[in-house]
Ligand binder design. Structure first.
Ligand code: ACM
Ligand code: ZN
Length: 404
């Protein structure tokens, strides 16, 4: 291993005898990686896990399915990876241009179950639990490309290309085969991953198709639901119960939160601190990752000089200023805030080098936000210390951004 200059040049390093008492502010200290929009191989995932371990992050949220590719072997549904894991290779991957009928589907990839076991073991040695995510019921173009019978309509879905996706893509909640499909997939996922939590998505499930689908409308009537929003809560509830039978617990994005909520899953809160408060007061556990501070796919600095990113800005200072505890929560409600994570969505991140650039050094900031008591945080002090980490990370072979 290569150490930073200061250590590499030192002939002898002396440490005083000391007793260290340390403990983290939050139990859940996570980092996410989207491997659907662009696929990242096992070697890179391990390198990513290495740097999480270095900064005492203990949860890795592996976003395995989305419109741009299905990335996990599922034995019962082989078309998911035969068709759903591949899209055309494009020089101009960052523009919208539909898949053409004659385009070779050569860009993408997936993890076999053996590879996933290898990554789970690699992470476990480094004290990191892996939370796999299977998106339900939206962000499903890759599924619908492989199994078009699961859609409400007969639109010719393909694995999505370009940075965005057809927002109407949603699985038909009125089709019993869809329920069976998700249960089967979750059963295989639960067998593979040892950690008790599985993320079942739930975000950005645009329900235009449900509004006009006779099967979905019939389901709403049969189950005495008020509307399509309740239909989604009902569907997520079925999956929560299925996971519970498998001795697993669900994590769901905060889109399903409402005042009269039926879901008792842990909520991954990306939209606002206010939504987190509603969920915590309802009695749900909550993990914080608000876009305002935790979306590391956003610009880190001036758009004119930074590589193309998802619109939005989270500077290092902003990332450091994050307090995962929503203001105004106390007592038993505050105990529901388990911790926080940063998210690395990869619509605009197409290489390992770029993923590292977006993560580092903001990960150093996240680590302090979940470890250090709020009153002890000090931006000036951090800002001086981070320079050492920037040099060290580069020496270790990471493409760390060197500005602040
Ligand atoms: C999300 O950013 N759609 C969770
Ligand atoms: Zn439908």
């Amino acid at each position: 291993m290569t150490y930073p200059d200061e250590l590499a040049q030192a002939k002898k390093v002396t440490l005083p005898c000391a007793e260290i008492t340390d403990f983290p502010r939050f139990a859940y200290r996570g980092t996410h990686l989207d491997v659907s929009r662009h696929f990242f191989d096992v070697d890179f995932v391990k390198k990513y896990i290495d740097v999480l371990a270095m900064y005492k992050i203990n949860k890795f949220h592996w976003h395995l399915t989305d419109d741009h590719g299905w990335r996990i072997q599922i034995d019962k549904y082989p078309e998911l990876t035969r068709i759903g894991a591949w899209r055309p290779e494009r020089d101009q991957w960052d523009t919208l241009h539909p898949v053409q009928p004659d385009e070779p589907m050569t860009y993408g990839g997936f993890y076999t179950k053996d590879q996933i076991r290898e990554v789970i073991e690699y992470a476990a040695i480094r004290h990191i639990d892996i939370i796999p995510e299977i998106e339900i019921p939206g962000h499903c173009s890759a599924i619908l490309a492989a199994y078009p019978q699961f859609a409400c309509d007969d639109y010719p879905y393909t694995v999505a290309v370009g940075p965005y996706w057809p927002p109407k893509a949603i699985m038909c909640a009125g089709n019993n085969d869809v329920i069976t499909f998700y249960k089967d997939v979750l059963t295989e996922v639960a067998e593979l991953f040892p950690y008790p939590y599985i993320h079942i998505g739930g975000d950005e499930a645009f329900n235009d198709n449900w509004q006009v689908c006779p099967k979905c409308q019939q389901r709403i009537a049969d189950k005495h639901l008020k509307n399509e929003f309740e239909l989604q809560q009902w569907l997520m509830n079925i999956m929560e119960k299925h996971l519970s039978q498998l001795h697993k617990k669900a994590i769901i994005w905060d889109d399903i939160v409402s005042k009269d909520m039926v879901n008792m899953s842990t909520i991954l809160c990306w939209q606002s601190f206010d939504v987190a408060k509603i969920a915590a007061k309802h009695g749900n556990d909550v993990i914080m990752c608000p876009t305002s501070h935790c979306y590391y796919n956003f610009y880190q600095g001036d758009k004119k000089t930074e590589p193309l990113c998802m619109e939005g800005e989270v500077t290092l200072e902003k990332a450091y200023s994050f307090d995962p505890m929503p203001k105004g929560l106390s007592g038993k409600d505050a105990k529901h805030i388990l911790g926080a994570q940063c998210n690395l969505w990869t619509e605009f991140i197409n290489t390992p080098k770029q993923a590292e650039y977006m993560l580092l050094p903001r990960l150093c900031a996240l680590s302090e936000c979940v470890w250090t008591p709020a009153e002890q945080k000090d931006w000036k002090n951090f800002s001086n210390r981070v320079e050492f980490h920037q040099r060290m990370l580069k020496k270790l072979g990471y493409n760390c951004r060197d500005k602040k």
